[in-house]
Design a binder for this molecule. Structure first.
Ligand code: UDP
Ligand code: MG
Length: 321
């Protein structure tokens, strides 16, 4: 992508941004200010995830005076996971830091992350010490989802965030060796292994506008996370089947016994309850199987995870994901 003469940056910072026009300038100023205090040269790549506001225009303006700032603009909103993937693909630094555009991930941690990386860590995860900024409901939901995914998927993502430092080796693995399309960055970067280190941080309040995640996009993320890490839910289907079998035996023996005693086979209620139970078990099972079929369908279509409309500060056209 680059001429061999071009100097590769030591540090790349990847920022996914969706409708962050109000805050992107401040984010760029703060992060570049911090990068100037650490040794080595750097680049910042903002991935504009199809924003409908002036996020990308602001990045372009910023890039005119600061050549280390680069921008990639998607043709539409493809979601944060796609933006992260694009950012990793375009990054060239020996260490790559992924951070949110809303400054909820404190950039002051960057020097500390780099120090850990210099000491040999391949991945530095920033984990949330508190979730004070989230509502009680969101906290509870996050706890439940993280616990279930960690438990079923065999990875530890408890309190984890997308704020991470990755060594070049890890970025190359994520980009080149994991061909899956629907990704869950947080899980994948912990699944990889290698030497990991953790830093705790407090999530600060969002300064501008609202969180970009709707309730349904979070549900979708949770389903992607689950289906891409484990097939354990499919076993729930087997389990439900076994339960119905046991139930069937119980009801059958009761009916036989009543018949043997010369009594009328007991009632309507039993039939209705059994029917409803079995019906819901079948529906749940179909739903679970359906999720996995959907996942196979998405992967097999092999559509690119994102399409790029334009770039700034990046040499060479590369419009496919
Ligand atoms: N984001 C994105 N695409 C989306 C949604 C969000 O690139 O479809 C970016 C957003 O601009 C921000 C980061 O992902 O930089 C985290 O989003 P947000 O702050 O809304 O989420 P939360 O902090 O609640 O996790
Ligand atoms: Mg945020």
């Amino acid at each position: 992508m680059n001429t061999p003469l071009a100097k590769l940056p030591d540090i790349s910072v990847v920022i996914p941004a969706y409708n962050e026009g109000e805050g992107v300038d401040r984010a760029l100023a703060t992060i570049s200010g911090i990068l100037q205090t650490v040794p080595g040269n750097w680049e910042i790549i903002v991935i504009d995830d199809g924003s409908r506001d002036d996020t990308y225009e602001r990045v372009c303006l910023y890039a005119q005076t600061e050549p280390n700032v680069k921008g990639v603009s998607f043709s539409r909103n493809f979601g944060k996971e796609a933006a992260l993937l694009a950012g990793l693909k375009y990054s060239r630094g020996k260490a790559v830091i992924v951070i949110d555009a809303d400054l909820q991930h404190p950039p002051e941690l960057i020097p500390e992350m780099l120090a850990k990386w210099h000491n040999g860590a391949k991945i530095v995860h920033a984990v949330k010490r508190s979730r004070k900024t989230d509502s009680a409901g969101k906290r509870l939901a996050a706890l439940a989802v993280n616990k279930i995914i960690s438990w079923l998927g065999g990875i530890n993502i408890h309190n984890s965030s997308d704020y991470k430092l990755l060594d070049r080796e890890i970025v190359d693995i994520l980009v080149n060796q994991l061909p899956e399309r629907e990704r869950f960055f947080r899980g994948l970067s912990s699944w990889i292994g290698f030497r990991e280190e953790y830093i705790e941080f407090d999530v600060s309040n969002r300064i501008e506008n609202e969180s970009k995640w709707s309730f349904w996009s979070l549900v979708e993320l949770a389903i992607t996370a689950l289906t891409s890490f484990t097939s354990a839910p499919l076993r729930i289907v087997t389990f439900l089947g076994l339960m119905t079998l046991v139930l069937g035996f119980a009801v059958a023996s009761e009916a036989l016994w009543s018949w043997h005693q010369g009594q009328a086979v007991s009632g309507f209620a039993t039939i209705i309850i059994t029917l409803l139970l079995i019906g819901s078990f079948i529906m749940i099972s179909l739903g679970i199987i359906g999720e996995y079929i959907a996942k196979i369908y998405e992967e097999i279509k092999s559509r690119p995870p994102y399409l790029i409309k334009s770039t700034v500060g990046i040499a060479g056209p590369e419009s496919r994901g």
